[in-house]
Design a protein around this ligand. Structure first.
Ligand code: ADP
Ligand code: MG
Length: 681
């Protein structure tokens, strides 16, 4: 170490960028001398640097001279001093009269204390060429992200958040960053993330201990975003917004089949009733809790995507008094998938309730409802028929019975319901044979023991049943015609009877639940109520071939998406404009074209289908011609043998079947009313 002119103190420090600046303190007592670390940039890369203690007014020329000496460089050569700030990609060559210490004082505090090369702020001693020019070597280009990373690594910026609770706070917003953020959070068991006031939930497919009453309490009356995202926060915001603004609220849940909509609905309803409970569970809450398992047993089934897939849509409206106490609730159901009753894709099951009943019923109940083993029913039989969860199903039957009691089904009513369920299964075992005798073109229906059982279970005379299963009644202007079914028509009639029966049973159960949920007093006196609605529909589905029901399910999802777009993009942007906020409209994929194609009056595909179904001689080909004429630009494909027309549309599922045969057109409506009539008798 040597001292020269009192201008600088030097020390060499070998051993790499991370080494730091020797033992000298950064500032002298008098506050006027500073420790600089100077790195030589020589032909051979070296990490040796010298630590120089310099006065505030020491010039670059004097610092260069001291540094060259300290580093043992050839004093006959010429050098320049450059200030390097990697974060800005800057390398600034100082003039001889510039004051390095002044520059250094502008660096971040941490870099002033110690500035090894690795911190990104340092001085570089460089040789000058013979002609006086500097052999300037550019630093490798640094991207903004690398820069941010380096700054954070060096402690100049707070460490980058590796996940964001609200997507709106993402520094870079694109599909990749959104998905990465959701993935990072998911791996940390954070399944919920906000996008503003929208909550994104990722199905964990396992129990997380974040739904107990402690959490309801924790999220109570908190502004959205204050705490970690949670489904209870959404319920809480809706509840307090309703109370504060005295305006009804609605929570819309959307997502693919199996993504967790129904589970989320259950959590919401749980929280919405718990928030108002104030310590005790009233009758209404008990009924709401019981309604869930009953609706699930009758309306859910095991599918390829979800072991407990809802095959119907529902809107649950919880009514509150203005004080916030739960008053009652209403359930509305949409589109139960009826085709599942008689057929389904392989590895899928019929509605849960059939398996619950067949495996869970006691010996006495088996006799009473004349139950058979599951594999003996045509409607349950399918490829690879195997039931592996017998124990669970038995338990579920008990749970169902308990829930039915909670919604007010008495023992006699339960028996009636189970009888109808058993009858529906027996209907599938009805068979037809062409009459062999004479010129009679009718059908023999059997087997006799199945018909007798059906008559017994449904409490309908066997003759009436046989007639309904074999003959069609047609009413014309002047006449009433009774015509025998062909073999295939009879099978359709039988299946259609089973579907109508189940659907009517389901509607009746929903009606009974609503009676139990509604507060009788409200119907008598008109008490002012507020409400929160939760919409849980069936999610998007896309199979190899999609039936008419998938088409309807996906259409309902398109409508929901439209509603969402309208609120999130259109209305929001209109509000910004009205408030005079400078704003560039956001482009988004508008699905209104798809909705118009399907349902706009009078040329929407659904209207055309309805219209065509009323023509006695309509076929799949005539229907297709109509579709093509109405929507020439769309890719509507040729008829699908035996299944009707096939529709392709980019935003809908890949391929949907639309057929004159497959849905409630001219052929099936009379059946439905007639079956209900037969059963009512
Ligand atoms: N938050 C959650 N925590 C634990 N499991 C969940 C959660 N959400 C969904 N699941 C699981 O995923 C399955 C499918 O969810 P579900 O709500 O039925 O889907 P969807 O109604 O969207 O078709 C549920 O049966 C449940 O096992
Ligand atoms: Mg569901």
């Amino acid at each position: 170490m040597s001292v020269r002119d009192g201008a600088a103190t030097m020390a060499t420090n070998a051993g790499g960028g991370g080494g730091g600046g020797g033992t000298a303190s950064p500032n002298d007592q008098d506050g006027r001398s500073y420790l600089l670390q100077i790195y030589p940039r020589l032909a051979a890369q070296s990490t040796t640097c010298c630590n120089l203690r310099v006065q505030k007014d020491a010039t670059a020329a004097s610092v260069i001279s001291d540094a060259a000496t300290a580093l043992g460089l050839d004093p006959g050569r010429m050098y320049v001093l450059a200030e390097v700030k990697e974060c800005g990609g800057e390398e600034w060559v100082l003039e001889a009269g510039d004051l390095p210490a002044q520059r250094f004082l502008l660096w971040p505090r941490k870099a002033q204390e110690q500035h090894p090369q690795s911190l990104g702020f340092y001085f570089l001693l460089q040789e000058r060429n013979h002609d006086g020019s500097i052999h300037y070597v550019h630093l490798p280009p640094v991207t903004k992200e690398q820069q941010a990373q380096r700054l954070a690594a060096r402690g100049f910026l707070p460490p980058p958040q590796d996940d964001f609770a609200d997507l709106c706070n993402l520094p870079v917003l694109n599909e990749d960053s959104i998905l990465n953020n959701l993935r990072t959070r998911f791996y940390k068991k954070k399944i919920y993330t906000y996008a503003g006031s929208i909550l994104i939930a990722i199905n964990p497919f396992k129990f997380l201990p974040i739904y107990n009453p402690k959490y309801v309490k924790m999220y109570e009356n908190h502004q959205l975003g204050k705490l970690e995202p949670h489904i209870f926060a959404i319920a809480d915001v809706a509840y307090y917004a309703m109370l504060r603004k005295k305006v009804n609220q609605c929570i819309v849940i959307s997502g693919e089949s199996g993504s967790g909509k129904t589970q989320s609905t259950n959590f919401l309803i749980h929280c919405l009733t718990a928030l108002s409970q104030k310590g005790y569970a009233s009758g209404v809450e008990r009924t709401i809790l019981g309604a869930g398992p009953v609706l699930e047993a009758f309306g859910n089934a095991k599918t390829a995507h979800n072991n407990n897939s809802s095959r119907f849509g529902k809107f649950i409206q919880v009514n509150y008094l203005e004080s916030g106490v739960v008053r009652g609730a209403v359930v509305e159901k949409y589109l139960l998938e009826k085709s599942r009753l008689v057929s389904r894709e392989k590895n899928e099951r019929n509605y849960h309730v059939f398996y619950y009943l067949l495996l869970g019923a006691s010996e006495e109940e088996r006799r009473e409802f004349k139950l058979l083993p599951p594999e003996e029913y045509f409607y349950l039989k399918q490829q690879n028929f195997k039931i592996e969860d017998e124990e669970d199903l038995r338990h579920d039957f008990e749970r169902l019975q308990q829930a039915m009691e909670m919604v007010g089904f008495l023992s006699a009513t339960k028996k009636q319901i189970f009888s109808v369920l058993s009858a529906i299964l027996y209907l599938g075992n009805v068979t037809y044979r062409r009459k062999s005798t004479g010129r009679d073109e009718g059908l023999d229906v059997g087997p006799p023991e199945v018909l007798a059982t059906l008559s017994d279970l449904l409490k309908v005379k066997e003759e009436l049943l046989v007639e309904a299963l074999t003959k069609r009644k047609t009413v014309t202007v002047n006449d009433k015609l009774i015509l025998p079914y062909s073999h295939s028509e009879a099978i359709t009639a039988r299946d259609s009877m089973a579907k109508s029966l189940y659907s009517a049973l389901f509607d009746w159960i929903v009606l009974r639940i609503n009676h139990a949920l509604l507060n009788k007093k409200d119907m008598e006196e008109s008490i002012p109520c507020l409400s929160i609605g939760v919409l849980d529909i069936f999610g998007f589905e896309d199979f190899e071939t999609n039936s008419f029901e998938q088409f309807c399910i996906n259409y309902a999802n398109e409508q929901l998406q439209y509603y969402f777009n309208h609120h999130i993009f259109n209305l929001e942007q209109e509000e910004y404009q009205a408030e005079g906020i400078t704003w560039h409209n956001i482009d988004y994929t508008d699905n209104v074209g798809c909705i118009h194609l399907i349902s706009k009056k009078p040329t929407g595909l659904l209207y055309l289908l309805d219209e065509e179904s009323n023509f006695p001689h309509a076929t799949d080909e005539t229907l297709l011609a109509k579709f093509k004429a109405a929507a020439p630009g769309e890719q509507i494909l040729c008829p699908h043998t035996g299944h009707g027309a096939c529709l392709r549309h980019s935003t809908l599922c890949r391929e949907s079947q639309i057929s004159n045969q497959g849905f409630p057109g001219k052929e099936h409506r009379p059946h439905a009313s007639r079956h209900c009539g037969v059963v009512a008798e």
